[in-house]
Design a binder for this molecule. Structure first.
Ligand SMILES: [Zn+2]
Length: 174
């Protein structure tokens, strides 16, 4: 994928930006992952000009990232499917004028840095809660939540005590 594009000119041509990126091309996303999932970052975006001559960018970014579990810190794979619906703007004033249903995509000058854009989109879409589903992680978390009042061993009847009383009965003369 071309990294930097003249977004105004490309919008006039209704340019589709499709391709695959690797994490090595997305330095800020790479910083939050704890391992490489090996999954590519699939990009499918459309750049077009709307009737108000705004540059509209829509489409999807999909990948899987290895993020740290918030309980045990082990890497856990999270699928991200990011819906992009933005308007490309070159100033803060223009960004402020972008309607609420659109995301302002701020650029400097005439060029849009596609890698930086995708880096941003992924970071914004990171899940708030990351928890793995390994049983040992869930078990550790559950035991932290409970304050044990009785040890399970003490609550259960001692099987050897029951056996001893049976044995004692057998020993009784008939
Ligand atoms: Zn965990």
């Amino acid at each position: 994928m071309t990294r930097r594009i003249d977004y105004r000119r490309r919008a006039l041509d209704n340019t589709r930006l499709s391709g695959r990126l690797s994490l090595s091309e997305l330095p800020r996303t790479r910083e939050v992952v704890v391992a490489d999932s090996g999954a590519p970052v699939d990009v499918s975006l459309l750049l077009e000009e709307d009737v108000q001559r705004r540059v509209v960018l829509t489409g999807q970014v999909q990948t899987r990232l290895m993020l740290p579990c918030q309980r045990c810190l082990e890497p856990t794979e999270e699928a991200l499917d990011v819906e992009v619906a933005g308007i490309v703007v070159a100033s803060d004033e223009a960004a402020a004028a972008v309607p609420r249903e659109w995301e302002p995509i701020l650029t400097e000058g005439d060029m849009l840095d596609v890698h930086a854009l995708i880096d941003d989109e992924l970071l914004l879409a990171l899940p708030m809660i990351v928890q793995c589903d390994r049983p040992e992680c869930r078990a550790a978390y559950d035991s932290e939540q409970k304050t044990p009042e009785h040890s399970p061993a003490r609550d259960k009847p001692n099987p050897f005590a029951a056996l001893a009383s049976l044995k004692h009965d057998d020993d009784e003369p008939r």
